[in-house]
Ligand binder design. Sequence first.
Ligand code: SF4
Length: 456
Amino acid sequence: MMKPDGPLLSSLSVELPPESNFRDQNRRDTDSATGHSKLTTGEIRETIEKARALGAEKITLLGEGPVAEPYLTDLLDCIRTLEMKAELSTCGSDITTNTARRLLDREVDIILAEPGRPGFDTALGHLLDAGYPTPAASLAVHETVSRNNMDELSALWQRARKNRITPIFEVRPPAGEDLDSSLPDPASIHALFTDLARFDEREYGIHWLPCPPVPGPSIPSFLLSPVLTPTGDIHPLKGVEISLGNIRKTALKNILKDSEVLENLSRWRLKIKGPCRTCEHFDPCFGSRALAWRITGDYMASDPTCWRNMDKNDRITYLPVPADRIIPQKSPMRLVSRLLVVKERYAEVEAVVDENSPFARADGNIEDAALFEMMAQAAAAMNGFEELDTGLPPHRGALLGGKNITLKGTGGIGETLRIKLTKKASFGSFGVIGATVESGRTLLAAGDIKVFKESL
Ligand code: SF4
């Protein structure tokens, strides 16, 4: 993926809730995964207005519903009134020549998704009949590269080019859990991308370097934009489902300004880990962040699906990461065993105290002081992971102390404990991290730890 440098928010993608939400404003559909109610059109409009105030020039509406719904027209008009470019990603199930003309009148860029589904050709025909594409309103077809459609993609690409349609083929994590059965192997992706690049060069004089996860001369902006989800969460990128915050609780400006994930992504030349760093195409390619996150658990990992990393998989870091790779403490003083999860200013670390530890007591429990030490080592693990195999300069860190530490229980020898960390504040080289130690659902300790960090 070619990552442009630029403003924090140049565009925003909006995943539209089902249209039923908008037909009945008293209805509050709930997302089954999060339990949160879905956004109303009013909340979406307000967020779009705020995005505009923050500098966004383009809004991409990612919708699965019909395009002729009044709420969609209202949103497109709102975007236009704010002098922003509107882009609509749609299956186009109800596109007629008239609806296509209305979209063209509003200069809406169209991304027509799922070329394999019934009705796609009809929708495409209506868009072409209406006059798409024009210099003011582009037309693209969007297809996911999967094992099942590899043989059809070259023909689809050629057909798109012939009709002046932009082909957007994306290697991305499938919606379900099963990566292995749908994701093509790196060698096949390489062969496809090379074939498409040769075709473009030969037939159209368009030159581009094959890099994952999207073939072509540029990456569409909606794949590089923060995403507003149907329940109001902001994700950093499409496919990286880490919540940076929720617009119902925190102002969009503050979500974007305070996000460490966004900061890390913007400093990708320094912060991407592993073999991509030594790739000759590292700048401007930074691989697929969505695939790196889905496969390794780390959105800053090297892309494991890139063919140039095929023989370097042992150099890619996968979560969970053993603590001995990321903290200086040695056994038996090392209490934490693995870093499990990394999210927005948040991490989870695992600890198991064995019977040989100096923190093991004769009664089968562990010393109370071990819980505070676990918090400190977990914070060191979170920090060590951020710097592991990156371009960041070495540093030294120190624990300055704890605040409001409360002990509510005792951990047992051999028990698997979980330390949850939330970065609460930072002031230059100083930071405050909220920490809990839990055994299953039982809270054993909670409090804040203060840390200091400086470059060597
Ligand atoms: S190895 Fe990494 S930087 Fe190089 S082309 Fe592949 S994904 Fe891009």
